[in-house]
Design a protein around this ligand. Sequence first.
Ligand SMILES: [Zn+2]
Length: 292
Amino acid sequence: MTSLPRPPAWTAPLPPAEPPADMTVHHLPTGTYETRAALAFRGGSFRDKRSFAASAVLVRHPRGDLLIDAGFGAAVAEHIAMLPRFVRAPYQAGRTAAEQLDAIGYDRGRLLGVVPTHAHWDHVSGLDGLGGTPLWMNRLEREYAAADPDGKVYRQVSRGYEIHEYAFADRPYLGFPSTYDVHGDGSVVIALAGGHTTGSVIVFVTLPTGPRYAFVGDLAWQIDGIRRPAERPWLMSRLADSDPAQLRRDLLRVIALDGLLRIVPAHDLGSYEGIPLLVPGPAAQTCPGRHA
Ligand SMILES: [Zn+2]
């Protein structure tokens, strides 16, 4: 079987949000690595090579900014060398998130923290250049990252970081029972989706201009996992996911939202289209961008 049963679409009203007028979201691409579609989702072809994005997303809010994931860092080659041989892949590194922030003269004091969607290497490598910023982790992901072999790079790059442990409330949001409303205005809501790793999260972002995003981390590796819909190939799921049954439940919840908000799997480059890059000058402060 290559596809998942399509769940009924979400029909209830979307949760209320009052994002401030000057809130913006930006894509900070830091590089890509190569994977065959056949390994990324069931039904994918071996001939179809996919470039997996490694990116950070900056969410600017007057009460403080957040970086979702950190992408590749300056020492990405060293981080890849720490991985088991069979998961190493050809990669291309661009400018790190830290370099992109510095290039626009960004004041890092504005950052409340870095929120990794989960602690795997390709989401935290860039922490090597973001020292001094608090690292936002929930208890489940802290425990996962401290003990799991796949937390090796995390354990190295997070050394010296001040960990800000945030806690979920039993406040359902778009079908997810455990959530954390960062600013209390519904504009940035972190939801526990602990299938890929035990403390994996989805970050829901609602912009004042209307668009809503779901940054779903590695819930699906490519948008095909949402659109077809299809799970990861069985072997890859066994290798990559802490709890495949939980992952399936969360994947179905997100599939039900497709079309109501923009779903951005962390590694799907095309899904970031329309999210403006960080550019120097005053535009970086307000950057209206193109929000499709
Ligand atoms: Zn990943």
